[in-house]
Design a protein around this ligand. Structure first.
Ligand SMILES: Nc1ncnc2c1ncn2[C@@H]1O[C@H](COP(=O)(O)OP(=O)(O)O)[C@@H](O)[C@H]1O
Ligand SMILES: [Mg+2]
Length: 233
């Protein structure tokens, strides 16, 4: 297993956001987490990343117990998060935002930033401009580029398609397929259930912090409750 989450609990005071959650992800997997607003999806990703502490349970990554590790330690181990809402700093240039992804690493080469600019032509053209000039789709590319600069083994994405036009959503999912083909593992939180179940090999459905359903996309698509709640049929 690349990632193993066992009996994970996340609490904000009395608010129990993630409840005794178990999850496993193999190397080069694409796993999706679905659920309504407030289900605990972002809390789960933030807890795996170490941004919010877990109240109990454990997280193993690459065979190591990372439960008490700091965020930079987890980045160096190969975890990266593309956060909800992109979290681009508009007071910085595109390039400065990109470099933030390499911050936890001891060293990296300019060939790595060049590889990211080769992939994202729009970012290359705007490299020294304020990130404020970027469109929503370009900001998402920058957030993904920034995560790639951490050289992850597992990239977690929190609702990356939110606010993007259908064409950009298609481009985003093409990019995710490309990254997966290059060997990256993906943990994808999505509102776009249809697209998520097309790309994922396995999925979890969260309700009020707990997993209520898990299985292959085929199994999830056949589930009546899921159909009623997320697939509009
Ligand atoms: N920083 C926080 N402080 C207190 N409660 C929070 C915080 N972040 C999230 N919550 C609560 O935790 C629950 C899960 O939220 P979240 O993980 O953001 O769900 P989702 O990403 O599925 O919408 C919600 O009830 C939300 O109000
Ligand atoms: Mg969220």
């Amino acid at each position: 297993m690349l990632l193993e989450v066992s009996a994970l609990d996340v609490r904000y005071g009395r608010n129990h956001a993630v409840k005794s959650l178990d999850m496993a992800l193999t190397d080069n997997a694409i796993v999706t987490v679905l659920g309504a607003n407030g289900a605990g999806k972002s809390s789960l990703l933030k807890s795996i990343m170490g941004i919010v502490p877990n109240a109990s349970g454990s997280i193993h990554f690459g065979g190591q117990d990372i439960t008490r590790w700091s965020v930079p330690q987890r980045v160096r181990a190969g975890l990266a998060l593309v956060p909800e809402g992109r979290q681009i700093l508009t007071s910085l240039t595109v390039h400065e935002n990109l470099l933030m992804g390499a911050y936890p690493r001891k060293r990296f080469s300019t060939s790595e930033t060049n590889a990211i600019y080769d992939r994202f032509d729009n970012l290359a053209q705007r490299r020294d401009m304020s990130a404020a000039v970027l469109s929503g789709g370009e900001q998402q590319m920058l957030a993904i580029g920034r995560a790639l600069l951490a050289k992850p083994r597992l990239m977690m994405l929190d609702e990356p398609s939110l606010g993007l036009s259908p064409l950009l959503v298609k481009q985003l999912f093409d990019l995710l397929r490309e990254l997966h083909a290059e060997g990256l593992s993906l943990l994808l939180v999505e509102q776009n259930t249809h697209m998520a179940l097309q790309i994922a090999r396995y999925g979890y459905v969260l309700e009020l912090g707990a997993v209520t359903l898990e299985g292959s996309p085929e199994e999830l698509q056949q589930n009546r409750q899921l159909k009623a709640a997320y697939l509009g049929s």
